[in-house]
Write a protein that binds this ligand. Structure first.
Ligand SMILES: [Zn+2]
Length: 420
């Protein structure tokens, strides 16, 4: 995509002036979000839109939400006659999201629920995890699942109950696969926080913790997450380069080594939001995640995999790579998802759409849910797309963090209860 070639080019295009190579934060003041209907558009229209738009927010759908600079609005509207503006000024929405808040960790106590009232810098997320683990050292430990392109450890927390460490089937939960989906970091952390802090006082939580071993990685794309915090709030991919292009980043959720080679569910263009990489599983993040999935599979097995994304409010299951295939345990997956959606809705009315990934949302190849279902032999494998349906998109205001993590937690409790 033209705006995202490299730091200097990026800014000179967006701002229209030459700037030093040192990366500055992308200013989205005045940028609009357009919702485009591609139902009657030609096949190559998405590639053309990608060249003009600053970001495509939900690549693959027939209804595309795209971020467009004020100067490019008319160009995009000429490409796609059916469009509406769903956000007049992204800069205003970003202000509503709130500043990154760095809490006072000096007491080194178990984090309080206040953590879930603001977004935080990446380094603080690591402190959150270690402080939480430190408070429950006899039933948790910090683990890493490989290393990112830029050398950051993919850091998670392993939680177990009365059976002891590693004695039960695995519940594997990933957040922040896509860098800009900040609500997912908070949600994965809330799950870990609830499982540990409520273990002693809540019999439901105790029974769920005693039944499984939990492996929760709140940010499996740390490089992209940091980049989204410092430079471009709407960054999606990792930060891996290719020699053939000045564009940066592979889509970690199109790089898993299962049906990676199938066409139509990812891009071979390094500038695309859904760039699949040069070879199956060639992103360092995927190598680490694949090794962990395989290790859990070969151990006690994976009972449930949950890949947490935003936005759209969906509960999705395999397959992503083929819309005509029906997964062998489709009926159970649907039944569990139906109950989870009802549990979420019961909290504050948030409605989720459920269904197989490809036919419900869009085709995805090399996706995590397909890999963990098929190669990881997980009993249940889901993608959850959290709030909202586009009003705020990825920039969910800080005031919505607690309502979102609380309702999603009820979805998890329901899922775990029914996955037994
Ligand atoms: Zn995502």
């Amino acid at each position: 995509m033209r705006f995202f070639l490299a730091g200097s080019l990026l800014l000179s295009n967006v701002l229209g002036t030459a700037v030093p190579r040192a990366e500055q934060k992308v200013d989205y003041t005045g940028f609009k979000v357009l919702r485009l209907s591609l139902a009657k558009a030609s096949h190559d229209i998405e590639a053309q839109i990608e060249k003009v738009a600053a970001h495509i927010l939900n690549p693959g759908k027939t209804t595309l939400d795209v971020v467009v600079s004020p100067e490019s609005v008319d160009t995009v509207k000429a490409l796609v006659p059916e469009s509406i503006i769903i956000n007049e000024d992204l800069g205003v929405t970003l202000a509503e999201e709130g500043e990154l808040v760095s809490p006072d960790f000096s007491a080194s106590a178990v984090p309080s629920e206040t953590w879930f009232t603001a977004y935080h810098p990446y380094a603080d997320h690591l402190t959150f995890l270690s402080d939480l683990q430190g408070g429950f050292a006899s039933q948790s430990e910090i683990f890493t699942a490989g290393t990112s392109v830029q050398g950051r450890a993919l850091t998670g927390i392993h939680i177990w109950g009365s059976g002891g460490k590693g004695s039960k089937p695995a519940i594997l939960i990933h957040g922040t696969v896509h860098a800009r989906e900040w609500i997912t970091t908070m949600t994965a952390e809330y799950f870990a926080w609830q499982l540990l802090t409520k273990y002693a006082s809540d019999t439901t939580v105790k029974s769920l913790v005693d039944k499984y071993d939990y492996y929760i990685i709140p940010a499996v794309n740390p490089d992209g997450f940091v980049y989204s915090q410092i430079t471009d709030r709407l960054w999606r991919k990792n930060r891996q380069t290719v020699s053939s292009s000045t564009c940066v980043g592979r889509d970690i959720n199109r790089n898993w080594p299962f049906k990676w080679e199938v066409t139509g569910g990812a891009s071979t263009n390094p500038c695309s939001e859904t760039y699949k990489g040069l070879a199956a599983g060639d992103a360092p993040e995927n190598k680490g995640l694949v090794a962990q999935v395989n290790s859990l599979r070969d151990g006690k097995g994976i009972r449930l995999y949950l890949d947490i994304h935003s936005y759209g409010q969906y509960i999705l299951w395999p397959y992503g790579y083929d819309c005509s295939l029906v997964v062998h345990n489709s009926a159970q997956l649907r039944s569990i998802a139906t109950s989870a959606a009802a549990a979420i809705k019961a909290v504050s009315g948030t409605s989720y759409t459920i269904g197989p990934s490809c036919s419900t949302l869009y085709a995805t190849t090399g996706s995590s849910v397909d890999y963990v279902d098929s190669a990881g032999n997980a009993t249940y494998s889901y993608t959850w797309e959290l709030r909202d349906t586009g009003d705020y998109g990825f920039q969910l205001p800080a005031s919505q963090i607690q309502p979102t993590v609380r309702e999603t937690w009820q979805g998890l409790v329901s899922t775990l209860t029914n996955a037994g």
